[in-house]
Design a protein around this ligand. Sequence first.
Ligand code: EPU
Length: 344
Amino acid sequence: MQLTPASLAPYNTFALTQTADRLTVIEQREQLLELWQARQDEPLLIVGEGSNLLFTAPFHGLVLVNRLKGIVVNETGDAWLLKVAGGENWHQLVCWTLEQKMPGLENLALIPGTVGASPIQNIGAYGVELAQFCEQVESFDWHSGETRHWSAAECAFGYRDSVFKHEARHHLILSVTLRLPKAWHPVLGYGPLAELGEAATAQQIFERVCATRQAKLPDPAVLGNAGSFFKNPKVVTAQAEALRLAWPALPVFAAEAGRSKLAAGWLIDKAGLKGTRVGGAGVHTEQALVLVNHGGATAEDVLRLAALVRERVEQLFGVRLEPEVRMMGPDGETCLDEALACLN
Ligand code: EPU
């Protein structure tokens, strides 16, 4: 049977024109079981809003787009427990909780993507991350066709990391249960938030976070991008100290024992790469950690730009950047080196 490939353009915020052999939008849980029963032996890719993905090639398999909707609230003496379907939009959830006078998620305002994607890479911003609120994740296991529940410990959250990026990649996130404690404390450690002072309300923090993000981070609806393209690299503390001697302004953050985290955006910026372009892809002029699609960029443009950034930063600072964006090749997840090798 001749298949008409489906466009992936609406399902990646980089706005790359890529295709998939088959694509189904999941709006009801029952659809999943039906699809699973009729499954073929083909690669599977589960997508939310595609805000952390780079499709490096046409995908030869089935794409499931998670659009499951619904929020169920359970109130206990000291917290609200929100069971949120995986296809809900994250930022709309943050707005809704604040309207309901359930504070806690305000620092995570305007993060693109779905609720289902939030545990996968343990979204985080301005001193807060999803792991702090995650009570349970419910998933559909595409290998067994069964539903599974994961405690926060089982999710194995790390910096932009969880079990769902590793051995549980084939799980579609049905719902995420968030625990918002009624005893709320503002998290104001990040510069622009500290200015608000200890009396800050959740609404004020929300507004400041939105303003900060809007000033620095490009709106994917206007300029295609997938947020931070690289992770902030961790190096041994001795290396961070040596770099600090040479570059006193280098931002260095504490990490686990013996290691320090560097600001990748600063390194890229100092390497003089802001505004650098390869074809239609460019380094964002306000936040160097973000690669953008100026229009008509191909996956090859983005990959070659990413390679150039990584090479220049390594030459200047001896630090090798690792992509934070997940790359999807013709039959599943790939990496920058593998994707580049396929171009040559
Ligand atoms: N910086 C520069 N030039 C730049 C970019 C950054 O000098 O072009 C400096 C900043 O002045 C600051 C430091 O680098 O001193 C860090 O920059 P910023 O505060 O903008 O945050 P980031 O480390 O670049 C991380 C997350 C973002 C998150 C922000 C705020 C990662 C990979 N990125 O960025 O998350 O919004 O902190 O908490 O951890 C994402 O994951 O997609 C994302 C956008």
